[in-house]
Design a protein around this ligand. Structure first.
Ligand code: UDP
Length: 192
């Protein structure tokens, strides 16, 4: 699909359902995939920080997470088919993972939130293998990356807020040949 570019950020232009089909195929084929879920704050931040803009441009897919992006695209006369939020993708991928015995690693949020996330995921997505979890308040990431390499998850969800989560993914995305996605406050939402 042709991308719609807003302030230099190329957004994938397809429905959530089509996008999920693409992503699921890639996960199944163990293709390394970096998805950025960009809202207007991220686009504005990227506009002011060229390094971060380049990082986002290096992702495999950028989705329009935020009605502001969808409205902006319409005003630029290059409409985007559908808003695709990181949280919706997160829930749908956990659900798919649970049905297909896939594995996921979770990095981010406060220690008590990540603890609760384990319980919620086990209960709601019983077929999903939790490869590991780590809260988002760390200074040394080497142990986390070692653990990701060792467990080789199908999906890695990083919820430490932007720009940290995307920078973390860029540094480490080769640690496992699966999906890497930054999803902001999604762990708080799922456990909240
Ligand atoms: N967070 C984290 N590590 C940090 C700072 C924040 O894990 O060093 C977490 C925080 O606990 C929250 C999420 O990152 O769960 C940020 O959520 P927010 O909705 O603010 O995301 P943003 O819009 O900044 O991407």
């Amino acid at each position: 699909q042709k991308a719609v570019t807003i302030l230099g950020i190329p957004f994938i232009n397809c429905t959530r359902s089509d996008f999920e089909t693409t992503i699921i195929n890639r996960i199944t084929q163990r293709q390394n995939t970096f998805v950025v879920t960009a809202n207007p704050e991220i686009v504005m931040y990227a506009h002011a920080h060229p390094d971060y803009a380049a990082l986002i441009q290096s992702a495999d897919y950028v989705v329009a997470d935020g009605i502001g992006i969808v409205i902006g695209a319409r005003l630029l006369k290059t409409p985007i088919k559908e808003r695709i939020t990181g949280y919706d993708l997160f829930e749908d991928l956990l659900d798919w993972g649970s049905q297909h015995q896939k594995s996921a690693y979770f990095v981010g949020a406060k220690p008590q939130v990540i603890q609760k996330l384990r319980d919620v995921v086990k209960k709601r997505y019983p077929g999903l293998v939790i490869s590991g979890t780590h809260d988002g308040y760390f200074t040394d990431e080497t142990e986390i990356i070692k653990d990701i390499k060792r467990t080789d998850p199908n999906m890695v969800f990083v919820a430490t807020g932007y720009p940290k989560q995307e920078q973390f993914i860029q540094r480490h995305r080769t640690a496992t040949s699966g999906l890497w996605m930054g999803i902001g406050g999604s762990f708080d939402v799922l456990t909240g």
